[in-house]
Design a protein around this ligand. Structure first.
Ligand SMILES: [Ca+2]
Ligand SMILES: [Ca+2]
Length: 266
């Protein structure tokens, strides 16, 4: 069963963007989901552009290499200078069984052919939420898992114990090599869980951009995770239009009120 996350706006749907180079975010209602890390004209929003599971999905557009945009689930998030940061744990990283999503790359995209919206698990490496210098995440990309990138079709990917992930932050810097191989991008989820036995999961994230030279247009949807035996799935949809009475109904109501007024006067 998938929880439905609706756009903030209806019926025009969401198109959150930011022209500056400082990260900006916006809450999606009180769902716990945020448009986040949006900069340099990156765009993210629940729209009907690329329908999936019913009629909507999370649309992404990156017009240049400097642009970035994410959608993130951040428990008890705090707004820090307009961008959002997680304020709580979703559970122990060692209890993370899998996470998954579906993504779409439009053929109008001009970025390198291996690029597609990525998915990340966000972590506090030492499990102490009071220390934030060890926050970061692990990133899934098809190119490091012998997967090709199709265009104009929805693709589903699941990260489980044997899937390769690369890191940012976590007190290790960017793309650290934690295993015995000479390559930094082939540490599995299981290897990362063994490397950070006390880590906490502080969110999930999907997004595009930051160094993607060219234009990207696409989407993500059906983001899910299984943590300590509990599975959650989120389906993103444009909010239904508000219930506005038909003009004929309005007319009937108006004439009914007029008749009532007339009878009351009599
Ligand atoms: Ca959807
Ligand atoms: Ca910490």
């Amino acid at each position: 069963m998938a929880a439905v996350i609706y756009s903030n706006n209806s019926p025009l749907s969401d198109q959150f963007t930011n022209p500056t180079n400082l990260n900006l975010g916006q809450a999606i209602g009180s769902s716990g989901w945020y448009y986040n890390n949006v900069r340099n004209n990156g765009t993210v929003g629940v729209r009907a552009s690329f329908p999936y599971l019913s009629s909507g999905s999370v649309f992404f557009q990156s017009p240049s290499g400097a642009a970035k945009a994410d959608i993130e689930y951040l428990p008890n998030a705090a707004n820090v200078f307009g961008n959002y940061v997680s304020g709580a744990s979703l559970g122990r990283f060692s209890d993370l069984q899998s996470f998954s999503y579906s993504w779409y790359r439009s053929s109008s995209s001009t970025v390198a052919s291996h690029l597609h919206p990525v998915m990340r698990v966000l972590l506090d490496a030492d499990g102490n939420l009071a220390t934030t210098g060890d926050r970061g995440g692990l990133v899934f990309e098809r190119v490091y898992n012998s997967g090709s990138v199709a265009v104009n079709t929805w693709v589903s990917d699941t990260v489980s114990s044997g899937t390769y992930l690369w890191n940012f932050g976590l007190g290790l810097g960017f793309a650290a090599n934690i295993n015995a191989t000479p390559f930094a991008y082939d540490a599995t989820l299981a290897e990362w869980q063994a490397y950070f036995p006390n880590a906490l999961v502080i969110g999930f994230s999907a997004g595009v951009g930051s160094g993607w030279n060219g234009v990207f247009s696409g989407a993500v949807d059906s983001i899910s995770w299984s943590l300590a035996g509990q599975s959650l799935t989120f389906n993103f949809e444009v909010a239904p239009a508000a219930d506005i009475p038909e003009p004929s109904t309005l007319l009937l109501t108006a004439s009914g009120a007029a008749l009532l007024l007339l009878s009351l006067r009599r």
